[in-house]
Every structure is written in structure tokens, then in C-alpha cells.
Design a protein. Structure first.
Ligand SMILES: O=C(O)C1=C[C@@H](OP(=O)(O)O)[C@@H](O)[C@H](O)C1
Ligand SMILES: C=C(OP(=O)(O)O)C(=O)O
Length: 441
């Protein structure tokens, strides 16, 4: 069966994870979600035919592709089996879709699209799931008017639905808060490529999730646009730079990689991930160093990462730069000797779910002591026992607790289909650790 035939577990109510003694495997991952989103948006802004090779085809990138099509100026073809997405200009102008643009739970896409709708003719309304209608967009809405764009929250609460009227994104100088999400800054920089004037973005406070802005700058450079900057306080995109299309190759997803690093860590196994290495700008690669501090050994090569589990011990770690792998590290910490303190993670409360609350509640169900703080978590390692894990419609909660189930019997993951947001083949890749035999449904 090809890995892209629908996995029945994506529709199941729950899956019971089958424990594994240990493993030594090479695991090939799908492409980076963050790069796939960026290249898709840049391709649509470029006016040039563009092909993404090694692209991640998942719920989020499919919602973004569908939204781009709705503007009428590009055709987007998605070939999941070939891991290829092609974006082709239609020759029509970019027009606000008549129907609402619905992006599901895709946070990065909606933030990229809000500023992008400032390039479309007419009024665009963007919305998503119930949780998406709670996620904050206020800093972006406050920064857009100085660049010419009128954008507002329909309910006046800073969250979707968001109404944007264009064409209005002319460029200029604006100030933005980076304290809530880096995606706002990324959105302005990406969409500045189509502005008539230079765009200067002043970040007025400390920017969270900085590596994601580095990825944005790298993606822009890959497509021919240079961002001039002063650290993380000012970024300038000079007008008149032309985005080139052509073929871009997406490296494997470092957040997805985290689950297999964690599997090696908790089982004392070895995993090798090809296609990603030293040069990667994905901040989540930082998990390798964190797991090394916890007692694992790692080799980070030019084009592969190998990690072997060891005697695990707790650490103190600031994870502001790698929020998406906090749940993964928290699960590893549950199996470590001593206490792990994870700090500077307030942004976890405004992701697909409140991830500090969710990880705390689910680890406690497994008998682990967790102290929950406003922007931190303290986990005392022990011997977790099986539990039925609620996943809060959050792919990362499902995937990290599945890893706990490789070591602890009777871990049941509810709503396993939620992994499709970023990793639709997750359950099959997990199976492959068991020598290719299927895990129980
Ligand atoms: O720009 C991106 O691709 C992302 C930025 C991060 O969000 P924040 O900047 O909101 O922390 C991260 O959590 C998200 O999964 C992807
Ligand atoms: C937070 C995430 O995504 P987004 O903000 O793009 O919805 C994630 O994938 O963990």
C-alpha cells in the first residue's frame, strides 16, 4: 500500500500504541511544514511558475494551496505521492475570493494570507476552526495600516474571521510586536516582495521563535530576495527585487523529526534522519543538543542526523526558540532521572491548544509529577503508566504521547487523525520502527 493511500487510523477513534524493545533505523521524513508554507506563499507572489520538490502535503499546506487558488491568479497542483507542489500563474489578476477563505487550524497559513490579501482586489474574509477563531492576530492587524493595508477582526477581538481590503499593500515603515508570534513578522517580510515601496519592519520588543524568521529570510534568499537587517529589531525588504520561480527543494521537517529522536531517546535505540544536518536553519534541530544534554549521543553531519539514546537525566532548558518540540522534550523528561525545567514557553498557550496545560494534564494521567507555571513546566521523571491520552485536536500532543507508548504499555491515543495537520503518514512511519509490521488499531 502506498504511504499516501488514506491510513484508516486517520479516521479511527483511537489507537493503542504497541511497545517496542529498541530499534536502529533510518527514518525518512516528509518535508518541512514551515518551508513548504513559505515557498507556497512566495511562489504565489512571484508571478513565476514554481515547483516545490520534497514538499510537505498535509492539511495545513493543502489549506494554503486551496486559499491561493481562490485568489484566481495561480493554479496549485498537489501530488502527494511525488511530494511535489506546483504553482502556475493563470494570467488573471489577484482578486479577493467571493467566498470566505477557510484554513482549518493552519496558523502560519492564515497569518501569511492576512497580509497577502492586501495585494488582492476587493475584500477577503479569512477564517478557520473554532480554535483558530481564538488564535491572536492583533499585532499583525495593528502593523498593517502603516503599510497601507486595512485589516480588521470581524468581531473586534483580534482573532479570525479577519477582513482585509485591497489592493492596498504599498510598503513603507511599520512597527510590530514580536512578543506573541514570529509569524507576523514573517508574513510582512514575505508579502513585502510585492510592494511598490521599500518595506521596513521595526520589531518593538523581543521577538519570540527567532529561528522561524531566519527560515523566512533563507526562503526569500533562495528565491532571489535579500532582506537587510539589524539583528532582530529591523528588517528591510527593498522594493524592485524580483522573486524568481523555478524549482526549490524542501528539507525534511525538523519538528516531525523530534518524535523519532525522542523514540531513540526513550528506548535507548538509534535513529538516523537523512536529508537534514548542520546547515539547517530549522530551530527544532536544537532538540538534538537538548537530548545530548539529557544523556543521548548524537552525530550531526552535513546531510544526516543520528541520535542514540542513553541514560536519561533531567535538565534546565529555555525553549523559546523551539516551541513546537517542547511537548516532545516533556515526554522524554518523563522517562529521565530527576527534574526537567522547561522555561520561556508562554507561546505554547496559544498554539493548536494550550500545550502547557495539555502536556501537564496528560503526563499527570500517566502518573508523572508536573508543575505547571504560566510560561514554564517542571517535570519529575519516573515510570509512567498507560493511560488514555486526550489530544485536544492537536497533532503534536498525539505524536509525542505516541512515543511514550513505545516504552509504556497501554497508551491509547484518541483522535489519531489529528496528526494530518502536519504529518499524515505519522502512524505508518511509527509502524516502520516495528520492522514494518503494523501497530494495533
Ligand atoms: O513560521 C512558522 O512556520 C512557525 C512559527 C512558530 O510559531 P510562533 O512564531 O507563533 O511561535 C511555530 O510554532 C509554528 O509551528 C510554525
Ligand atoms: C503551532 C503550530 O502551527 P501553526 O501555528 O502554523 O498552526 C505547529 O505546527 O505546532
Amino acid at each position: 500500500m502506498s504511504s499516501f493511500e488514506i491510513d484508516p487510523r486517520l479516521k479511527a477513534e483511537s489507537v493503542t500504541i504497541r511497545p517496542l524493545q529498541t530499534f536502529d533505523k533510518r527514518v525518512k521524513l516528509l518535508g518541512s511544514k514551515s518551508y513548504s508554507n513559505r515557498y507556497l506563499a512566495l511562489a504565489a507572489l512571484s508571478g513565476e511558475p514554481t515547483t516545490l520538490e520534497g514538499a510537505l502535503v498535509c492539511d495545513d499546506t493543502q489549506y494554503l494551496g486551496e486559499a491561493l487558488r481562490q485568489f484566481g491568479h495561480v493554479e496549485v497542483e498537489i501530488d502527494p505521492a511525488a511530494e511535489r507542489i506546483t504553482v502556475t500563474p493563470t494570467g488573471r489578476t489577484m482578486r479577493a475570493p467571493e467566498e470566505e477563505v477557510y484554513v482549518g487550524a493552519a496558523g502560519t497559513p492564515i497569518r501569511l494570507l492576512i497580509a497577502m490579501a492586501g495585494h488582492a482586489d476587493g475584500t477577503t474574509v479569512l477564517t478557520g476552526t473554532k480554535r483558530m477563531q481564538e488564535r491572536p492576530m492583533g499585532s499583525l492587524l495593528e502593523a498593517l495600516p502603516a503599510l497601507g493595508v486595512t485589516a480588521e477582526a470581524v468581531r473586534g477581538n483580534g482573532s479570525p474571521p479577519i477582513k482585509v481590503t485591497g489592493p492596498s499593500f504599498r510598503g513603507g515603515s511599520t512597527r510590530i510586536s514580536g512578543a506573541v508570534s514570529s509569524q507576523f513578522t514573517s508574513s510582512l517580510l514575505i508579502n513585502a516582495t510585492r510592494a511598490e515601496e521599500d518595506t521596513e519592519v521595526h520589531v518593538i520588543d523581543d521577538l519570540v521563535s527567532k529561528p522561524y524568521v531566519e527560515m523566512t529570510i533563507a526562503a526569500l534568499a533562495e528565491m532571489g530576495v535579500v532582506v537587510e537587517r539589524e539583528g532582530y529589531t529591523r528588517f528591510t525588504v527593498a522594493a524592485g527585487q524580483k522573486l524568481r520561480g523555478g524549482t526549490v527543494t524542501v528539507e525534511p521537517d525538523a519538528s516531525g523529526m523530534s518524535y523519532f529522536l525522542a523514540a531513540a531517546a526513550v528506548l535507548g535505540g538509534t535513529v538516523t534522519i537523512p536529508g537534514i544536518g548542520k546547515g539547517s536553519k530549522q530551530g527544532d534541530v536544537g532538540l538534538v543538543a537538548a537530548l545530548t544534554r539529557m544523556g543521548c549521543t548524537a552525530e550531526v553531519g552535513d546531510d544526516s542526523i543520528t541520535l542514540t539514546g542513553g541514560e536519561l537525566r533531567g535538565i534546565d532548558i529555555d525553549m523559546e526558540a523551539m516551541p513546537d518540540v517542547v511537548p516532545t522534550l516533556a515526554v522524554v523528561a518523563a522517562f529521565a532521572q530527576g527534574t526537567t525545567h522547561i522555561s520561556n514557553i508562554a507561546s505554547l498557550r496559544i498554539k493548536e491548544c494550550d500545550r502547557i496545560a495539555a502536556v501537564t494534564a496528560e503526563l499527570r494521567k500517566m502518573g508523572i509529577t508536573v508543575e505547571e507555571h504560566a510560561d514554564a513546566m517542571t517535570i519529575t521523571g519516573g515510570t509512567p503508566h498507560g493511560a488514555v491520552i486526550d489530544t485536544y485536536d492537536d497533532h503534536r500532543i498525539a505524536m509525542c504521547f505516541a512515543i511514550a507508548g513505545l516504552r509504556t504499555p497501554d497508551v491509547v491515543i484518541t483522535d489519531p487523525g489529528c496528526v494530518a495537520k502536519s504529518f499524515p503518514t505519522f502512524w505508518r512511519v511509527l509502524d516502520s520502527l516495528h520492522d514494518g509490521t503494523a501497530s494495533t488499531l
